[in-house]
Design a protein around this ligand. Structure first.
Ligand SMILES: Nc1ncnc2c1ncn2[C@@H]1O[C@H](COP(=O)(O)OP(=O)(O)OP(=O)(O)O)[C@@H](O)[C@H]1O
Ligand SMILES: [Mg+2]
Length: 310
């Protein structure tokens, strides 16, 4: 058994086939998924509805048993209950018993994780505070809003100081301010060395949060990589006040595209060298530069490209 892995999660050919009785057929919810999630990073698993994200997480946590393939958590076989001990988990569409108060629910789940009564007494108010629910700890969770339930779920996942958080759609139903608070909390956890694995289809959120991603599509990994590389520059966009016709022509010859609007011209240059040459030529003629910026792909563009071509 390997317990010294540099990866928090390592799967090999992980496959789950559900036998769907209502249709008589089988559903390959995940199909040969081999993924490596480095320790201490924020990793996002993206994919359209039904891509297999939740099934992947449930298989990791042995909530469903894989049809074949293997999964390691911090180098330990995922089916070993000890492998799950360092994980904090926020399920998708969780249903905590509504008769609990927020504090009572945290107490119950922390006790299931083996946190002592004296530690729980200290940790519960700390964690309610962490997720912005201090005022609501004594209220029954049947009265919580969806966003409050998500925050409480996050506190539940964090309360036993896990080494890895597995979060299935953590900001589902949370308002924009709450989402930002959750993102900030997750980045703080990352800075303390916690690995964070997030399932989501909220691309903007994943783009600001995750260092690495994988895109799951129809149960298979369609793309994986570092966020920075996937959205890396495709060139430079230079916007200038319209130069002389001769210079416009000269720049057009070096640019990959040119578009005129409201007395301004946008040039797209493929390289740093060419955009620098363009700037030199423009400044030599005292032309005004409005803006210069690297052009990047948004994660949405990467996602749509990946999912559409399959
Ligand atoms: N218990 C089950 N029995 C049969 N099929 C299932 C079961 N659970 C999931 N599936 C099917 O497996 C596929 C993957 O579902 P899964 O819930 O993993 O997707 P997801 O990527 O999490 O989707 P979403 O973004 O909507 O949460 C879907 O086709 C789904 O219908
Ligand atoms: Mg899901």
């Amino acid at each position: 058994m390997r317990v010294d892995s540099e990866y928090a999660i390592e799967t090999q050919d992980l496959t789950k086939i559900y036998h769907a009785r209502w249709s008589g057929g089988e559903v390959r919810a995940i199909d040969g998924v081999s993924l490596r999630v480095p320790k201490g990073t924020i990793f996002g698993l993206l994919g359209p509805n039904g891509a297999g994200k939740t099934t992947f997480v449930k298989t990791l946590l042995s909530a469903v048993r894989q049809t074949h393939g293997s999964a390691l958590i911090f180098g330990r076989d995922a089916s070993d209950p000890e492998a799950r001990r360092p994980i904090g988990y926020l399920p998708e569409n969780h249903r905590f018993p509504t008769y609990f108060t927020g504090a009572g629910m945290l107490d119950f789940y922390a006790s299931l994780s083996g946190v002592s009564a004296s530690r729980r007494k200290k940790l519960i108010p700390e964690h309610l505070e962490l997720v912005g629910l201090s005022q609501w700890g004594a209220m029954r969770i049947g009265k919580y809003s969806k966003g409050m339930l998500q925050r409480l779920g996050l506190a539940q996942a964090l309360i036993h100081s896990p080494s890895m958080l597995i979060l299935d759609e953590p900001t589902d139903g949370v308002d924009p301010v709450g989402r930002r608070e959750i993102r900030e909390l997750l980045v703080r956890c990352e800075s303390q060395g916690v690995t964070i694995f997030v399932n989501s289809h909220l691309l903007a959120e994943i783009e600001t949060l995750c260092r690495e991603i994988a895109i799951l599509h129809k149960g298979k990994v369609a793309l994986t990589g570092k966020m920075h590389d996937l959205t890396a520059g495709k060139g430079y966009r230079l916007t200038v006040t319209k130069p002389s016709d001769a210079l416009t022509e000269e720049l057009r010859a070096k640019a990959t595209s040119m578009a005129a609007r409201d007395g301004l011209i946008d040039f797209q240059f493929p390289s740093r060298e060419l955009v620098n040459t363009a700037v030199d030529l423009l400044r030599a003629q005292q032309c005004e530069i409005e803006s210069l910026a690297p052009t990047t792909s948004t994660l949405e563009e990467v996602f749509v490209r990946t999912v559409e071509k399959k």
